[in-house]
Write a protein that binds this ligand. Sequence first.
Ligand SMILES: NC(=O)N[C@@H](CC(=O)O)C(=O)O
Ligand SMILES: [Zn+2]
Length: 428
Amino acid sequence: MGTWIVNGMVVEADNKQVMKHILVDDGKITAITSDDRQSLDTDGHEIIDAAGKLVSSGLIDMHVHLREPGFEYKETIATGTRSAARGGFTTIACMPNTRPILGTPETIQLVLDKAETEGNGVRVLPYGSITVNELGRELTDFIAMKQAGAIGFTDDGVGVQNAQMMKNAMSLAKSLDMPIIAHCEDESLVVGAPVAEGSFATKHGLKGIPNESEAIHVGRDVLLAEATGVHYHVCHVSTEQSVRLIRQGKAVGVHVTGEVCPHHLILSEEDIPEMDANWKMNPPLRSAKDVEAMIQAVEDGTIDIIVTDHAPHSEEEKAKGMQAAPFGIVGLETAFPLMYTKFVATGRWTLAFLLDKMTVKPAEVFGLPWGKLAEGQEADLTIIDLETEKAVQPDEFLSKGRNTPFTGWKLKGWPAMTMVGGKVVWSE
Ligand SMILES: NC(=O)N[C@@H](CC(=O)O)C(=O)O
Ligand SMILES: [Zn+2]
């Protein structure tokens, strides 16, 4: 018995919006048709009425912190995947900065096993660490982790400080046809600052994180990617200078790709209202000029994909204040509504353009078999209500994390149902 998702609105690549009925059978999309609803053979099928809503290929988020193993008080694979499903995400890639760090085949396997049993049907793709315990001293066993199911290597949370270490990692990754995903941060240029250089830091007498601390790694790594031929992917790009370096790399044929988070496209350091650690994340909110550079980089394709960098922390940790609290904000349950409200509802982007950055492109960049709404594809689908306006209410999050700067924001574009491989994994 299959499922008919009827009367939904589908967006085609040219942004044409058409009403379609979608048949899901045995986990796959077997028909997408605009035939008359009455003429459909729905006998013995389940019917999901998507009238007035968008039906999209499931959202894909390539940068998520699930916190398990080790930090289950912040998030677990169970709560993180529930949060993902509520946010419309059908596939998420999780970062290795857990305890222990995901730097061995056993820990990769542990995450995959837990995701299988407790992952609420959401596809979870683990990254392995580049260096042992993300300490930057010794490479992990890439071959064994690849065999165990790691999809790429990253020391996210910290930058790889040593250039030779990064070059060795890239050479090894290249030989295995695996990507290097980099958190770009030169520690000698950061020195304990909680926010970016700028008006907020000055006003509150705080040290500021300079743009170069990110961009210097991007520049170094683009050169190393050129030398090694690896696929080099830059995490959470936030500065004008990084964008310039990625653009130059792409122009000369380096295999470099980049991601940006909603908060770096929407907020600048000038928006931080007070000394509230819900506005503290790494990279930090930068200047308005950087924000505009990020938007343009998405528009001209320099930045390939949008990710959340979902980074849950406990209320106690965030209550320690701007200086002492850990970096990071949650993102899974607000990403699509934020992007839709700020960029599509305002007319700056088409819906097709936004969906491309959150479905097709992430799959393309990482060579994943999902992301497309087409017959024969796995039935990973998200139904989204584009009309109803609702305020962001952290106490409704399915994530354990409540750490968001977007509390109370009135947004449209809320997911209503998420389906993975033909199975409904969340519905409002
Ligand atoms: N982004 C953050 O502010 N924090 C992340 C680490 C990271 O992605 O760099 C975390 O693990 O909390
Ligand atoms: Zn990071």
